[in-house]
Design a protein. Structure first.
Lengths: 711, 312, 250
């Protein structure tokens, strides 16, 4: 009969010892898990408990399909899948065996682990065991080739209190110990087969082959049995040690990863959370580690140091003292050293519970370098919410007035004048007065579309041209629209991201009041930042309306024929996805369709769509002083360089007023003026239409010929 | 209609503003100049210019300006001589006592005045409001006597020999509650002396961020100019005070003064408006600096600066 | 120790202007309001002194209800109390008289005012206030060295040209504070909102007494010849400027 003897060669007391060791290992494991949960509960607030069924289902799908792990690194995705499924199958396999031995047979008298079932079981486990080893080897080779994102060097110039070499050692020990378990497992199987030589074990192909090999080497019979006995204990104790150590090592991500995915906020970063009403200073943002939400504390432990966030971050890439990975790891070390396992064991570095998060080692410059572009949150395989965490850190700094003088001045200006330029309120509608037709005042008469224009689009000279041309497009298409004139204040998206929650609420409430007094069908914005906050964040403050971005509305008009492009422009263009339009709100296709409608050929930059590279203005950074270290290019200059690396692209197309400003500047400062021109999407569309006189002029430099660019 | 002018001096020198007051005052009537000092005699010649009818010296215990001493002296003089108009410069020292004397004696009062006229018996003063964007005519109904603090550099300093009579006036000394200790030179670095430069490239709030200072510093170097700034950049700590042009900084008179992003606050204009050729670049067409500039361009500072750099 | 800080909510004119029908002032529609820049420096200086020596910082302003916004701003910075004197006059004498009674009743050790307000630029109210209170004063102060025990303060006054006049002033005294003396702290909106819950003490003032002046007419001044404007693209403008520079410098 096809089966094998479990605990072969073990005396009763040895089996008893084995079960005792299992109990010990399990107890240590359990203590570790309890300690972790207790640590998370030290945070402020509770884990989210809404929609539990949906959360579990979503998490299961993400984990089982490896949907997030395989993004932008298919090889790692494959390797991890091999490891994951290998581990799971082996784990289930052991479980089946335990069930059979400890329950089914003695209690139910049911012995199923034999015959065809056993053969299938053997085959399955052998194949998946091999997969496990293959996956691990792939990972080891990848790690051995020292990819940049696994270099744990700090970018912020701070000597870490926690020796980074421990990370490297920990990583190799993790891979190594799993490999050890996998290889010794097969070795044991081979020894057993070499000793007992059952012919049906061909169903465990790798074990069988290895067994044949051992026999060929003369290892069989007694020798094999003795080696098997010793090897069994080695493998067994190693396995139990591994299990006991899970909560204390990198292996914890097996639990914390899925837990992080299950407890995440799907709107993290896009819709920031409000402060409690009338908050005390210690309730504003994150100042000490106990201020972190339990979900955030959990996320710190879910980090596997994969470095994808670090690789995607425009600040890290441009030499700012910010690496999202380092920030999360610094916070993890602080949480562990304050009330984690390390704290209870007294292992340095240790922190007092009232120790400031900002100080050592997290520099304020690190927190202020963030552009809140969401590249990190977008790509993290375990759903860590770096952007909201940084935002919470900023809230505390702002509350204490600890910020860059320029940011302070801008926030004061926004409070006084309602816009970031310090212009008198009357100037908001000035661009409209220069048009050939009247723009309705939505405060005074009903309109179909209420156009919330935004600071930059209303008051910045270059952007005013875009706004005026957009108005001409809408007018030509017969759209019934109006603006708020002086009733509009800064939408508050970037104020909120800079951490001034109170000012955001003030701006939002006054805008909501102004908008609520009007009669309209839907809101149009020409600024993705305003789009994000009105769409995602105003509802929580009482203002909920349908909102579209102008690329969406223009596409509607084109598709319905109300705007009919006539000229095929024939430019070879590339398109930069704005962070707040693309990653934040998933609007990727509409601008591309408009570009096609204007008869242009789109050449994608390597970093496009959800991998778009931020221009550097977001998160309030456009109002702060330069934090970039060294002489490298600014993010916007780097992006222009990326565009210039494409063949024969004459035009850089954007869909955000801040992008217009940043890239017009970057084209000049990177020395490419004349090589590439900047166009807003609506400007391209306008060029491809034939409108009445006065409407064609975009007053931007003439398009250079689509020639190969000068070196 | 008599006019009392109070002379201002420091370190033994009469300041130019005093003679500007004389120029303004002599349009209104015979001018009496009060010289208040510990040793007034050496200062008398400097104010004995055309248009001055009388010079009155007042001896006080303090060698440099002190509020209380000047206030007592001026109050006593006004009470004694009953001038129709008392003129002080709109200066840091005057701010310390002028308004107090005017309030105490029930005079009409206005400061930062840049135009004075007589309409019959009434004194009409012209000054600016709302950051120099509008002007206003003021009068002082019911006030027998008026004190005006005149904006420096508005009138030309009076010159030419005068034939004033000189007399002394006694004022009873009272203890000074704010006592001058010493004059202290501001901590200047071994930086360049902008008053000696023939070509100044000057930047103001319009340049936006601290990082942009570098760009203009480079441009200045390329063009062979010395970099100077207006007050806001010094207040913000971007540049040392030694580079500041203006009333509380240095007064300069270069052959060419090229201003980027300077709106032209009065205190700044006072420090540079006598420059040979003034060229101003500013995005605001209403910027006051265009009033004193010889050439102006309403354009983006950085665009123009960038183009300029190519030409030098 | 008690420091009284007199602040003003000033009016800010954009680049468009229309006058009231009586021609005596600008149409309020064209005016925005803000805390006087000098007063945030004065408030900060008072707060720093309080941090060093303990005591309280009391704000006083003269104006209509809208001017409480300026008080809230300074309360949010950390001041302890705020008093508003209901009065409509804006010339230095009228304002100083309105403030004097209230300030006197507070028995302050020091009174801070800004050197001047950005809308009127009279630079007089602080000094007149000192006179009405019978207090010693120093104007245009850029450094305050307060000796509580000796009841004296040594200040630096910033004279024209940057020269500093070091003066010893008996206290209680009135000091008018110049910009650049410190870095005013940020008043975050949360603090401003909380300041809105603080009750402002409103007093009235008998508005007798002569104003310093009367506005007879307000107008937009003629700009004289003004500058010769250079038009064109930045390149063209730069070219012209370069030509002028080269020609003048020889």
């Amino acid at each position: 009969m096809q089966t094998r003897e479990t605990f072969a060669g073990l005396s009763d007391w040895q089996i008893g010892l084995w079960y005792a060791l299992i109990a010990v290992s399990t107890a240590i494991f359990a203590w570790g898990v309890v300690r972790l949960v207790l640590k998370y509960r030290r945070g402020r607030g509770r884990f989210p408990t809404d929609q539990p069924g949906r959360r579990v289902a979503r998490t299961a799908w993400i984990v089982l399909t490896h949907a997030w792990i395989k993004r932008r690194d298919g090889v790692a995705g494959l390797a991890h899948a091999l490891i994951f499924y290998g581990f799971v199958v082996l784990f289930i396999g052991t479980g089946i065996l335990a069930f059979q031995d400890d329950f089914a047979e003695p209690v139910l008298g049911w012995d199923f682990w034999r015959g065809p079932f056993y053969l299938g079981y053997s085959l399955f486990l052998d194949v998946f065991g091999a997969a496990l080893i293959v996956g691990l080897l792939i990972m080891a080779v990848k790690r051995g080739s020292r990819p940049a994102r696994l270099d744990y060097g700090r970018v912020d110039g701070v000597a870490s209190r926690y020796a980074r070499w421990r990370y490297q050692v920990g990583d190799w020990v993790f891979v190594g110990s799993l490999l050890f378990l996998g290889v010794t497992g097969f070795l044991l199987e081979a020894l057993r087969i070499a000793e007992t030589d059952p012919s049906f074990e061909k169903w465990a192909p790798f074990g069988w082959l290895a067994g044949q090999g051992l026999q060929a080497l003369g290892i069989d019979g007694e020798t094999a049995a003795a080696a098997h006995f010793r090897g069994w204990w080695v493998h067994g104790i190693a396995a139990l040690t591994f299990v006991a150590a899970i909560p204390f090592t990198k292996a914890v991500h097996m639990m914390s990863g899925p837990a992080s995915v299950a407890t995440r906020d799907e709107m993290a970063g896009k819709r920031l959370v409000e402060l409690p009403p009338s908050p005390k200073p210690e309730e504003v943002g994150y100042g000490v580690v106990a201020d972190l939400a339990p979900a955030h504390l959990l996320q710190l432990d879910a980090c596997t140091k994969c470095g994808k966030c670090h690789a995607a971050c425009p600040a890290a890439a441009s030499g700012y003292p910010l690496s999202p990975r380092d920030l999360i790891l610094d916070l993890r070390e602080q949480s562990e050293g304050t009330f984690g396992v390390r704290a209870s064991l007294g292992v340095e570095p240790l922190f007092a519970s009232d120790a400031n998060l900002i100080g050592n080692p997290i520099r304020p410059e690190t927190v202020w370098s963030c552009m809140q572009c969401m590249a990190c949150v977008e790509i993290c395989p375990v759903g860590i919410e770096h952007v909201p965490i940084i935002n919470h850190l900023r809230r505390r700094l702002v509350d204490r007035g600890e910020m860059d003088a320029q940011l302070q001045a801008t926030l004061e200006t926004i409070y006084d004048s309602g816009n970031s330029f310090g212009e008198p309120k009357r100037k908001r509608g000035r661009w409209a007065k220069e048009l050939e037709f009247e723009v309705k005042d939505a405060r005074k008469e009903p309109v179909d579309v209420l156009w919330f224009v935004g600071d930059y689009a209303s008051l910045d000279t270059r952007n005013q041209r875009v706004t005026q041309n957009l108005a001409r497009l809408l007018h030509h298409a017969g759209v019934d629209f109006g603006i708020l004139y002086e009733g509009e204040r800064n939408a508050g998206n970037d104020v909120r991201r800079a951490g001034e929650e109170g000012l955001f609420t003030d701006l939002a409430e006054s805008n909501i009041e102004a908008i609520s007094a009007c009669e309209f069908e839907r809101i149009l914005t020409s600024d993705p930042h305003s789009f994000n906050t009105i769409k995602n964040e105003y509802p929580a403050l009482g203002g909920s309306w349908p909102v579209v971005h102008h690329t969406q509305l223009l596409l509607e008009l084109v598709e319905s024929g109300r705007l009919a492009p006539q000229k095929r422009l024939g430019h070879r263009v590339t398109y930069h996805d704005p962070c707040t339009l693309g990653r934040y709100n998933g609007v990727y296709d509409e601008p591309r369709k408009l570009i096609a409608a204007a008869g242009c050929e789109l050449v994608e930059m390597p970093r496009n769509r959800d991998n778009s590279f931020c221009c550097g203005a977001g998160g309030g950074r456009i109002w702060m002083s330069e934090l970039k270290q060294g002489d490298g290019p600014r993010p916007s200059e780097d992006r222009i360089g990326e565009a210039m690396s494409l063949e024969r692209v004459s035009t850089f197309v954007v869909a955000c007023p801040k992008d217009v400003t940043m890239y017009e500047d970057a084209i000049k400062t990177s020395g490419h003026a004349g090589d590439i021109q900047l166009r807003e999407v609506s400007e391209l569309l306008l060029e491809s239409l034939t409108l009445a006189a006065g409407a064609d002029a975009t007053a931007a430099p003439a398009a250079p010929e689509d020639e190969p660019t000068a070196p | 209609m008599s006019v009392l002018v109070v002379a201002e001096h420091i370190r033994g020198q009469v300041r130019d503003v005093t003679r500007e007051l004389i120029t303004a005052g002599r349009e209104l009537g015979p001018v009496t100049v009060a010289v208040i000092a510990r040793d007034p005699a050496p200062l008398v010649d400097a104010v004995n210019v055309e248009g001055v009818a009388e010079i009155v010296t007042v001896q006080v215990a303090t060698d440099e300006f002190e509020n209380d001493a000047y206030q007592s002296a001026v109050e006593a003089l006004i009470t004694d001589r009953r001038p129709r108009v008392t003129l002080l410069g709109f200066t840091v020292n005057s701010m310390g006592y002028g308004p107090a004397a005017a309030a105490k004696l029930g005079l009409g009062f206005a400061s930062d005045v840049h135009g004075v006229a007589l309409e019959g018996d009434a004194v009409v003063a012209t000054r600016s409001f709302y950051g120099s964007k509008v002007s206003a005519e003021l009068d002082f109904p019911g006030a027998e006597s008026v004190m005006l603090l005149l904006r420096p550099t508005t009138w030309v300093p009076a010159e030419g020999p005068g034939g004033a009579s000189v007399s002394s006036f006694e004022v009873t000394a009272s203890p000074s509650r704010a006592r001058h200790l010493e004059l202290v030179e501001p901590a200047t670095s071994t930086d360049v002396d902008i008053t000696q430069a023939g070509f100044l490239l000057s930047i103001g709030r319009g340049i936006g961020e601290k990082e942009n200072v570098e760009m203009f510093r480079e441009l200045a170097e390329k063009m062979g100019a010395t970099l100077s700034v207006s007050r806001p950049l010094v207040d913000a700590g971007w540049m040392p005070a030694s580079r500041q042009v203006g009333q509380s900084g240095k007064t300069v008179k270069p052959t060419v003064y090229l201003a980027f992003g300077i709106s032209g606050a009065v205190q700044h204009l006072a420090g540079m408006k006598t420059s040979g050729t003034i060229i101003a670049v500013n995005t605001d067409p209403e910027a006051a600096i265009f009033n004193v500039a010889h050439y102006g361009a309403r354009a983006d500072l950085f665009d123009v600066a960038e183009e300029l750099e190519k030409l030098f | 120790m008690r420091i009284v800080v007199c602040i003003k909510q000033v009016l800010v004119l954009g680049d468009e202007v229309e006058f009231q029908d009586d021609g005596l002032d600008v149409d309020p529609d064209y005016l925005d309001s803000a805390l006087n820049e000098w007063d945030s420096f004065a408030t900060e200086e008072a707060l720093q002194l309080r941090e060093r020596l303990g005591g309280e910082v009391v704000l006083v302003t003269c104006g209509a209800r809208e001017s409480e916004a300026a008080l809230r701003r300074c309360l949010a910075m950390g001041a302890d109390r705020a008093i508003r004197v209901e009065a409509t006059g804006r010339d230095p004498f009228t304002v100083a008289r309105a403030l004097a009674e209230v300030v006197r009743a507070e028995s302050p050790d020091l009174v801070f005012c800004g050197v001047q307000s950005s809308d009127a630029v009279q630079a007089a109210t602080g000094t007149v206030l000192a006179e009405l209170l019978g207090l010693p004063r120093a104007a245009v102060v850029t450094r305050v060295g307060y000796d509580e025990d000796a009841r004296k303060v040594v200040v630096d006054r910033e004279l024209e040209g940057g020269l500093l006049d070091r003066v010893e002033v008996d206290t209680p005294a009135v000091l008018t504070i110049q910009t650049g003396i410190n870095e005013p702290r940020y008043a975050n909106l949360r603090a401003i909102k909380q300041a809105e819950q603080v009750e402002v003490d409103v007093r009235s003032a008998a508005d007798d007494g002569m104003p310093a002046y009367r506005v007879r007419r307000m107008f937009v001044p003629e700009r004289g010849e003004g500058a010769e404007m250079i038009d064109g693209s930045p390149a063209e403008i730069a070219g012209r400027i370069a030509a002028i520079v080269k020609e003048r410098l020889g």
